[in-house]
Design a protein around this ligand. Structure first.
Ligand SMILES: [Mg+2]
Length: 283
């Protein structure tokens, strides 16, 4: 399944699971056939008893445009929007934490997710009307069209000044590594967000971790994800095993930044920081 190497494999998995359940329902004439009885939707949430308990999705989309300070949906969020304020607040909390004394014999490090943690994908949400599509998303990624998340470049510059190693850890595939690096830093193509370059690790690995194809997994991912479907890492296993690998090389991850709970679960960070993202959910 080629799409599994894209940024949001789990979203495709959600759609696949939902479609499978729906088909089962039609064919079997019951809600869940015996074969699907153990299948769980990827997002587990409540079941509304009434439409009054949920927000109409068109109204919700407008609320999100308002939150990003972009009521007409131009794809450009406003610097004084509630989104930008909330992102800067998370970045400021992270900056305060990393600036405290942290006594460790290891090299201090921070880990950052890319999409909607370091780079804001609001323009793509508007373009796609919140419907992720790997082909159109790749156009935005490869043309480096994403601006920085407010407050985050200053945070990473502060970390660099204070001697931290800087690591980025993304579900984007290995084929998108160069474009991702160019968008994050400065290569003169598309947007240059102005982040410091990721730090090379003590073993020579580069400090921007993209998700490899299963066949190319390093041993630490093979081992950590052996029990996952088809041996392909879930987001939580991919990210926590990579953080464990980083710490095994002599680093103390003082702070881990992400917009998804799956970026932050699984340990191997002294503290986690959640960036705002009401646009999608990656289990
Ligand atoms: Mg993200």
């Amino acid at each position: 399944m080629a799409f599994r190497s894209w940024r949001r494999p789990s979203r495709r998995m959600v759609l696949t699971s939902v479609a499978a359940v729906a088909m089962t329902s039609v064919v079997g004439g019951v809600a869940y056939s015996a074969g699907a009885a153990t299948q769980q939707p990827a997002i587990q949430t409540s079941t509304p008893h009434s439409e009054k308990q949920v927000t109409n999705i068109d109204v919700l989309r407008q609320q999100l445009r308002n939150y990003y300070g972009d009521p007409l949906g131009t794809g450009t969020f406003a610097a004084d929007s509630n989104y930008a304020k909330e992102a800067r607040k998370a970045a400021a909390a992270g900056t305060r934490w990393i600036s405290l004394p942290h006594h460790t014999t290891k090299t201090k490090a921070i880990v950052l997710d890319v999409d909607d943690t370091s780079l804001a994908t609001w323009n793509y949400e508007i373009f796609s009307n919140w419907a992720y599509n790997p082909a159109t998303n790749a156009d935005y990624v490869l043309n480096q069209r994403f601006p920085a998340v407010p407050g985050m470049v200053d945070l990473v510059k502060t970390a660099e000044r204070e001697g931290y190693a800087i690591f980025f850890l993304t579900g984007r595939g290995a084929a998108q590594e160069q474009a991702t690096l160019g968008n994050l830093t400065a290569d003169g193509i598309g947007v240059d967000a102005g982040y410091p370059k990721p730090t090379a690790l003590s073993n020579g690995e580069d400090g921007l971790f993209t998700k490899p194809a299963v066949a190319d997994y390093p041993d630490y991912l093979k081992k950590a994800c052996a029990g996952d479907p088809n041996g392909s890492c879930t987001t939580i296993h991919y990210k926590s095993a990579t953080r464990a690998h980083i710490e095994s090389l002599g680093y103390d991850i003082v702070a881990n930044f992400g917009d998804q709970f799956s970026d932050l679960k699984g340990g191997f960070a002294d503290r986690t920081f959640k960036l705002p993202n009401p646009n999608y959910y990656l289990p």
